[in-house]
Design a binder for this molecule. Structure first.
Ligand SMILES: [Zn+2]
Length: 481
């Protein structure tokens, strides 16, 4: 058995019963946290990691990320939701090869680990061929990151698609589950991401995709109530509730255009929600509905969504999400708060929970990760408390400095399932190789985009593409890319 003891750290367990322990040890045995207490007597055989002047915290969890967009970094940083959907989802996506997928996935997973993120939901919705899926998974596996990898049903328009029908995609999903995924205890597990409702076009198509997830015992992650651009709310939640497909194994993503009567349906079903503050703010998806989720007891986490827009830094996502929501609620509650208000809505500890415990629930992994507690997986982060931007941090409220001041460069050491992936500020993976691969993939993808006439297409053409994909049925692609 391998044994490691993290000595004399300030342990922020994130576990309501254990709380914060200002000077404690964490014993890791193999992949599991065995004990947390001051001055543990662990014998001679345990490797000792000195955590003085360090905060020991749970590895952070990204509840919604499309890792494949690493090769399109910043392409959409000044874009709206329509720009993003038409330029990337309906256009640039089709220029990725399986080789590109391997590079972006390996690189993106290392980028997560470097920033103290130990678990990610990877909503992989650019699977043009079976090899794209196999290579995407291979890249993730090599990194050592914990991932719920989502088999995505969406696809960009292509002249000659490999998958010619929904049945093709369902059959390949079954094959993947059988050959790539060994069960719930593995580091990389399977989820399913059905098409957004407007793309699916019919409730039969959607039901078949939710049905595959249930058949494979895979959690569902679904972009929903988020595409009603300029129109009425879509009522996606009400629609799947009607189909009998809304359950506690579903994580609903974005949800900005959700009708009031749909929230209790989410609560009743025990479903979770994932918000992505940076893209939602930028793309006019407006305010994450964290307050109503908290009121109704709906579990929720946050994610960074896409590096084609913003960074993969979950500290930044917590911080931006927290401050935006505070401003929104201060504005909305101005009258009730009166002329001399005290305090602010939503605490830093709440925001830290979005990126840890909340994320674990959104991934369906709350019994394994999200907090430090004996019996849970050893997904642990040591954060420097003595860097220029962290020195003097408030010992009474560690979440304040973690959310408001910490950055990826403060992430000192990272464990996933008891394996050290970053030590004393240096990733153990081959960062140079991963960056070269990513650079090369990015150059190739950009060259193919340029060859096709560039990323910006006339609006009428992009809208026509969206329409064409929406109307496609089994075996019939009405659009030639
Ligand atoms: Zn997304």
């Amino acid at each position: 058995m391998s044994r490691q003891v993290i000595r004399n750290g300030f342990v922020v367990t994130g576990d309501p019963a254990l709380g914060d322990l200002p000077d404690a040890d964490v014993l890791i045995e193999d992949d599991v946290i065995a004990e947390i207490a001051p001055r543990l007597d662990v014998g001679e055989d345990a490797e000792v990691i000195d955590a003085r002047r360090r905060i020991v915290m749970p590895g952070m969890i990204d509840s919604h990320r499309h890792v494949w967009q690493g090769a399109l970094r910043s392409v959409c940083s000044d874009g709206s939701l329509v720009d993003y959907v038409t330029q990337i989802r309906m256009h640039a996506a089709r220029f990725f090869t399986a080789e590109d997928m391997y590079a972006v996935q390996l690189h993106g997973a290392l980028e997560a680990l470097d920033a103290g993120v130990t678990s990610v939901t990877d909503y992989c919705h650019n699977l043009l061929t079976p090899d794209h899926a196999h290579e995407a998974i291979r890249g993730l596996r090599e990194s050592g990151l914990r991932v719920v990898w989502n088999y995505g049903f969406n696809y960009p328009p292509q002249a000659d698609p490999t998958f010619r029908s929904l049945q093709d995609r369902i059959a390949f999903g079954r094959e993947l589950a059988k050959h790539e995924f060994t069960g719930r205890d593995a580091l990389v597990t399977l989820g399913v991401a059905p098409e957004e409702a407007p793309f699916a076009g019919s409730s039969e198509r959607l039901a078949a995709q939710f049905g595959l997830a249930r058949e494979l015992d895979a959690r569902v992650f679904w972009h929903c109530n988020s595409g009603g651009i300029g129109g009425a709310n879509q009522r996606d939640v009400a629609a799947i509730a009607e189909l009998g497909a809304l359950g506690s194994d579903v994580t609903l993503v974005h949800m900005y255009a959700t009708d009031e009567d749909e929230w209790p349906m989410v609560a009743e079903a025990g479903a979770a929600v994932a918000f992505t503050p940076e893209t939602e703010l930028q793309m006019g998806m407006m305010w994450p509905s964290t307050r109503i989720c908290a009121e109704l007891g709906i579990p929720f986490g946050i994610g960074t969504d896409i590096t084609s827009n913003n960074s993969a830094d979950l500290f930044a996502a917590m911080r931006i999400g927290l401050q935006a929501l505070r401003c929104h609620h201060i504005d909305g509650d101005a009258e009730a708060r009166g002329p001399f208000p005290l305090g602010t809505p939503i605490s830093c500890a709440d925001a830290l929970a979005w990126g840890t415990r909340g994320g674990a629930r959104a991934l369906g992994l709350e019994d394994r990760v999200g907090s430090l507690r004996p019996g849970k997986q050893a997904d642990v982060v040591l954060l420097r408390g003595d860097s220029l931007n962290m020195a003097g941090w408030d010992r009474s409220h560690p979440a304040r400095s973690i959310v408001q001041q910490a950055r990826p460069s403060d992430v000192d050491t990272v464990w996933v399932a008891g394996e050290i992936r970053k030590r004393e500020g240096r990733l153990l993976g081959d960062v140079g190789r991963a960056c070269s691969l990513l650079e090369a993939a990015s150059e190739r993808v950009h060259a193919r985009i340029a060859e096709s006439g560039g990323i910006e297409l006339p609006l009428d053409e992009t809208m026509a593409r969206m329409q064409a994909v929406t109307r496609s049925e089994d075996g019939k692609y009405e659009f030639d890319a």
